[in-house]
Design a protein around this ligand. Structure first.
Ligand code: ZN
Length: 70
């Protein structure tokens, strides 16, 4: 049985200014910029993007994005 309270340790790596890179086309989601295509305003953290958000370049879903180490 699945516990209803999922452990979300994965998300603790995210900060509000964490940039993520699409592993298909290398588009970079930069929270400072937001995403004009999907009408995401600047300063929107990746974790705050809607679940249906997709890569504006190749239509990959959020799970295809990798955190960029800086
Ligand atoms: Zn992409």
């Amino acid at each position: 049985m699945d516990s209803p309270s999922k452990h979300t340790g994965e998300e603790s790596r995210f900060k509000d200014d964490t940039r993520l890179e699409c592993r298909i086309c290398w588009y970079v989601y930069d929270p400072e910029q937001g995403d004009e295509v999907a009408q995401i305003p600047p300063r929107t953290p990746f974790t705050a993007l809607p679940d249906h958000w997709r890569c504006p370049q190749c239509d990959a879903d959020k799970s295809m994005f990798l955190v960029m180490d800086e």
